[in-house]
Design a protein around this ligand. Structure first.
Ligand code: ME8
Length: 514
């Protein structure tokens, strides 16, 4: 493995004011698919997720639950950890912002900013939304039905007047614009990049980065009356987890700044404006990419606790299966766009793309081999042009999937894979090995070999998306290796195969039949 091929992927760290839902599951699964893909592709990968535990929102939730903040954080953070495990997420680390390592890193970042003259003490007067943990200018506010002032996100705002430290964000407008210009792939997708560019071009104001009116946060070094603004605290997690401030820390040296931060579009500004500004101001390098994906709705409605339509990821996994859920979330919506969850669409994809297209292909080929080829990898004869064409399509797939995932286009990667699955189903129908069984058994063996080899290649590439089903398929064809280097190690004729079994059950309900 080449040491230069490193890949650092992060999820947002989730607030512990709520239990995990489909939106959190989505971001984490997307990161997991990428991390798995890069590992199979020979990269040295670091994958981080975790929880964001400070701030007024969490403090209020703990008070409402009648529990001390840390005890509250302990239990909700554990829910996020458990969900990651239930989804077979392969994160290497799970960070909590209440850990001592994080307090040390955040205070050190503050000191560096202060040493470089980037922080000054002033007073803050303005509107704050606790739900967004963000300050808003009067001009950004809208009016609610009763004339109350609302943040652009629809969250209520409160007037805050308190002493505060400020970060000289206004100094970073030009350096940020230059950075975006020189790194066109920093903000993805392109539409979001334009949004950020026009925000920054509109002018940046200094940012209030400390609070005094509550205490659940990291103390400001040298002035413990202040705690740090929760976003300065939270963003620092990405370097804490690599061992910052120790510049010699092996993880920091290996993985910074190769980071891809995966976030929802709601928190793009914090990641694409404030975070690189903090880093540059502290003399550190900004990350490689921030990808902002879209927003899920439920059967056409905004997902919210008050509407009672929050989708529980455990329920999805129980009802539809883990691999099916992973597949659906990454296939249904072009990554970056908003998407709607509907049971109908979920069942449709589970039945037509997984059970019919992929599942039936495997089942038809493997049961024919079990019955007619002595349950061994068949011995092929010379390949006909149509065989070469089929194998060629399967052989070209890695490059296509790699290109798609380099720009986080999960839906496109899956679409490419499915075009090969469909081509294989068309090939089997055209070649009709069930007829060849009587007329030309040698040709049947060749056709079945081509199909088994195609299935092997496809299953190696579906591993990042559907790890369990793909592993079961690879077992059933006795694949000699599992990573992408093994794509070039074809099935060995004569190898005994285990008894085939289906891995993509149909979803049998009244809904499915309707
Ligand atoms: O913002 N559709 O945490 P958070 C898609 N702690 N994704 C969704 C979603 C939906 N309906 N709802 C949530 C925070 N998400 C901060 C982050 S990072 C340094 C600090 C996902 O618990 C999406 O990734 O509010 C979104 O950005 C994230 O959850 C917000 O999680």
């Amino acid at each position: 493995m080449s040491a230069s091929k490193t890949f650092y992927i992060t999820t947002p760290i989730y607030y512990v004011n709520d239990k995990p839902h489909i939106g959190h599951a989505y971001t984490t699964l997307a990161c997991d698919a990428l991390a798995r893909f890069k590992r199979l592709d020979g990269f040295d990968v670091r994958f981080l997720t975790g929880t964001d535990e400070h701030g007024q929102k969490v403090e209020k939730s703990a008070t409402a639950a009648g529990v001390a903040p840390l005890a509250f954080c302990d239990s909700v953070s554990q829910n996020f950890r458990d969900l990651a495990a239930a989804m077979k997420v392969t994160n290497d680390d799970f960070i909590r912002t209440t850990e001592p390592r994080h307090q040390a890193a955040t205070q050190e970042l503050w000191r560096r900013l202060e040493e470089r003259g980037q922080i000054y003490l002033g007073g803050y007067q303005g509107w704050y939304s606790v739900r967004d943990e963000a300050f808003f200018a009067e001009s950004e506010l809208t009016k609610g039905p009763n004339g109350e002032k609302l943040a652009p996100t629809g969250a209520p705002v409160e007037w805050v007047e308190e002493p505060s430290y400020f970060f000289r964000l206004s100094d970073w407008q030009e350096p940020l614009l230059k950075f975006y210009e020189e790194n066109p792939g920093f903000i993805m997708p392109a539409s979001r990049r334009n949004e950020v560019l026009s925000f920054v071009k509109g002018g940046l104001q200094d940012l209030s980065i400390s609070r005094t009116s509550f205490s659940w946060g990291i103390p400001v070094p040298g002035n413990p009356d202040h705690i740090m603004y929760v976003w300065l605290d939270a963003l620092t997690n990405y370097i804490t987890a690599l061992g910052f401030p120790d510049a010699e820390a092996p993880l920091y040296r290996r993985f910074w700044p190769s980071a891809v931060h995966m976030v929802g579009k709601d928190i793009l500004r914090f990641h694409a404006v404030y975070w690189p500004a903090f880093l540059m101001a502290a003399g550190l390098q900004p990350p490689q990419r921030v990808f902002a994906h879209g927003w899920w709705t439920n059967e056409g409605q905004k997902i919210s606790k008050s509407l009672g339509n929050v989708i529980d990821p455990y329920e999805l996994i129980d009802t539809f299966g883990l691999d099916q859920t992973r597949y659906f979330l990454l296939r249904e919506v072009p990554f970056g766009s908003d998407g709607d969850f509907s049971r109908r669409a979920m069942i449709q994809r589970k039945n037509s793309e997984l059970a019919n297209d992929y599942g039936n292909l495997c089942q038809r080929v493997l049961s024919m081999i079990a019955k007619n080829c002595d349950a061994r990898v068949p011995q092929p004869g010379a390949f006909a042009p149509e065989d070469e064409e089929m194998l060629g399509k399967a052989g070209a797939l890695l490059a296509e999937v790699r290109d798609a995932l380099d720009v986080q286009a999960f839906h496109e990667a899956l679409d490419r894979i499915w075009s090969v699955i469909r081509a294989a189903n068309a090939y089997i129908d055209r070649q009709a090995p069930w007829t060849l069984r009587k007329t030309d058994p040698a040709r049947m063996a060749t056709v079945l070999y081509v199909l088994a080899e195609t299935i092997r290649r496809v299953a190696i590439l579906t591993q990042p998306f559907m790890p369990d089903a793909s592993a079961a398929i690879l077992d059933q064809v006795a694949a000699p290796g599992r990573d992408f280097a093994a794509l070039d190690a074809p099935l060995v004729p004569g190898t005994p195969l285990p008894a085939p079994h289906g891995v993509f059950p149909r979803h049998e309900t009244e809904e499915a039949a309707s």
